[in-house]
Ligand binder design. Sequence first.
Ligand code: PEP
Length: 248
Amino acid sequence: MARKFFVGGNFKMNGSKASIKQIVESLNAAELPTDVEIVIAPPALYLHWAHDHLKDTKVELAAQNAFPKDNGAYTGEIAAPQIKDVGATWVILGHSERRTIIKESDEFVADKTKHVLEHDLGVILCIGETLEERDAGMTLEVCNRQLDAVCDVIKDWSRIVVAYEPVWAIGTGLAATPDDAQFTHHEIRKHLTEKLGEEQANSIRIIYGGSVNGKNAASFNACADIDGYLVGGASLKPEFIDIVNSRQ
Ligand code: PEP
């Protein structure tokens, strides 16, 4: 089965009502390809706002996080039912900024993934190594460890998109080279084949994240195991539409 190209935009903790409305309106006005799944992730506070302004049903919404409980005394957290209630269909989990700054463990990310999937939301599952881990030759070990925590609790990966995001490439302007990224994506798929079987592993989208922009996106076009991008900084700019169109 062909894997549908997937482009996600992670706004992180950026934006205001005015700027998010502007981004959404530019997506409404753009001619977007039908063979690309497009998902934007504004801060949770603005999901409802973005949903109200999105006219193009081709563009879906993601939350940037979720807590693994449906409701209750969890001050400051966001529940999967609330995410659905405001019209989002995806959740980004395991982003390196949450793993490193908020100290989320592999097991906690796996627990959240399980919970979010049970609510019939898709998960953009971020994995990737730090610069120190890369320099120590641990890239695949780290990615596999992060994946294994999820494999331990989830057998059906049909609603998971894996985002390989080397931490050293995020927000640095230093994207991985296409060869480097393709190598790691291939190894990730090989590992998923061992854990989940060939059929399932071949159907999982593995997208790349880390300083993708309107200029370099097309340079990954020949990479057989790169099924799209998770875009941070450039998702706030008009060039996001060039990235969405980079496979055309
Ligand atoms: C990200 O944070 O997911 C990301 C890929 O950021 P950037 O594109 O800015 O490197």
